[in-house]
Design a protein around this ligand. Structure first.
Ligand SMILES: Nc1nc2c(c(=O)[nH]1)N[C@H]1C(S)=C(S)[C@@H](COP(=O)(O)OP(=O)(O)OC[C@H]3O[C@@H](n4cnc5c(N)ncnc54)[C@H](O)[C@@H]3O)O[C@H]1N2
Ligand code: MOO
Length: 402
């Protein structure tokens, strides 16, 4: 392997022996983006009784089978207030969307198809049996398992969990991700940021990735390239026993790249890998107690791409989610040269095309410091090691950017 570790092998080692975080109950209103720990079954039948799907008149279809039929109104049935009586032959009840279909009625005449004349309701459009009625249990029946686990709870899942009358849901505890930036040159974004500083962006990008995955980031700030300060900052972060500690920068081989030595001295069982990928070659991975430590490279694009490829699957595994192939097929929009021994993740514009795979066109400059191209990209083109030169139109695989 020329001393370069393949991406899959590195990921397998990061995920080795992982167990999902314990389950806890959270109120439904706080469950967005959390991962369901146990399947959810409906606690009720929806709708719990037959209801009208329209504003109109509840009646017996047999009484309204022909245009011109006249019916006698005997009451009203708005949503939430059922009509207490029974609809008999030639009778009708004014009903509104969501109102309970009164006993005796089997259909609803649309308001627009009715005319009220001399206290009578005249049918202007013949009614089919069952018309505009939502039968009991149309959506779901009590006991039906509508949300399997594990599943990340988005808008749709939250809504149906609430509809099934779950006021609290069992979810995985949010993994905690401590994030520590390293580097003398760095300063947090602020009005008074020194002119000579580099604004520390990686912490914010990695925190966003963690939140999107359903984890809880903890910002441990910026530490100088000083062995003692770095050791103190890492020890303080580890003392909180986060599920993951991410260090940013200082991962390479220069004299100021101290993270590796410091982690080793703090009892971290550590691997330092050169991964066969670009961007993001240097990557540290270690463990201490229940904490997994990811040492990401400092170059901003390398940091975020490594975050997508290693931190994201790690968080998914901690949340009990199965591994997923994040790539999909696409077509190349411009020629690409032969690749070397590293797998490239190439920033590219993405154009959707009806009836054809999306078109991915690489940006000409791929410097791993350039967040501007990452921000403008729709995807990363995944080029295998030693891929031959490819012409525009060639089938490729892409990783859509979140
Ligand atoms: N002689 C070698 N030099 C380098 C190698 C190598 O193999 N041999 N690898 C290169 C590659 S590839 C990468 S990637 C970088 C990784 O460097 P480090 O992880 O040590 O990162 P730093 O040196 O600390 O910083 C690199 C670059 O990124 C900026 N940076 C750092 N942290 C942040 C942050 N939180 N937010 C924004 N920008 C950040 C930093 O200012 C530097 O410009 O090493 C190459 N060198
Ligand atoms: O791997 Mo470095 O990330 O190429 O810049």
């Amino acid at each position: 392997m020329n001393g370069l570790l393949p991406v899959e092998e590195a990921l397998a080692r990061v995920l080795d022996g992982i167990a999902p975080t314990p389950a806890e109950d959270v109120p439904i209103a706080e469950a967005f983006r959390r991962v369901l720990a146990a399947p959810l079954a409906a606690r009720r039948t929806q709708p719990p009784y037959a209801v009208s799907a329209m504003d109109g008149y509840a009646l017996r279809a047999a009484d309204a089978a022909s245009v011109g039929a006249a019916l006698r109104p005997i009451g009203t049935a708005p949503a939430g207030t059922p009509f207490a009586g029974r609809v008999g032959e030639g009778e009708t009840v004014r009903i509104f969307t969501g109102g309970a279909l009164p006993e005796g009625a089997d259909s609803v005449l649309l308001q627009e198809d009715a005319q009220v004349e001399d206290g009578r309701v005249i049918v202007r459009e013949a009614v089919r049996p069952g018309q505009h009625v939502r039968p009991r249990g149309l959506d779901f029946a009590e006991g039906a398992v509508l949300l399997p686990a594990p599943r990340r709870l988005g808008m749709r899942e939250i809504a149906i969990a609430a509809a099934m009358n779950h006021w609290a849901v069992p979810v995985r505890r949010q993994p905690t991700v401590a994030i520590l930036a390293t580097g003398d040159e760095l300063a947090a974004p602020a009005p008074d940021v020194p002119a000579e500083a580099i604004v520390a962006s990686n912490s914010y990008g990695i925190a966003a990735l963690a939140i999107e995955a359903g984890a809880r980031p903890v910002d441990r700030g910026i530490v100088r390239d000083d062995r003692a300060a770095l050791a103190a900052a890492i020890e303080a972060a580890l003392a909180e026993e986060p599920d993951v500690l991410v260090t940013l920068g200082g991962a390479s081989v220069g004299e100021h790249d101290l993270v590796r030595g410091v982690l080793g001295g703090l009892g971290v069982d550590l691997d330092f890998w050169k991964i066969a990928m670009r961007p993001g070659k240097p990557l540290m991975f270690g463990r201490r107690g229940g904490t997994r430590i990811l040492g990401l490279p400092g170059n901003p694009v390398s940091s975020l791409v490594c975050g997508l490829l290693f931190l994201r699957p790690l968080l998914d595994a901690l949340l009990g989610l199965p591994p997923a192939d994040p790539t999909e097929p696409a077509e190349l929009g411009a020629p690409m040269a032969q690749n070397d021994r590293r797998r490239d993740y190439v920033r590219a514009m993405l154009a959707e095309r009806p009836g054809a795979p999306p078109l991915a066109t690489p940006f000409p400059r791929q410097d791993s410091s350039m967040l501007s191209t990452l921000a403008a990209s729709g995807c990363l083109i995944v080029r295998p090691p030693h891929a031959p030169a490819a012409a525009a139109g060639a089938p490729i695989r892409i990783l859509r950017l979140p």
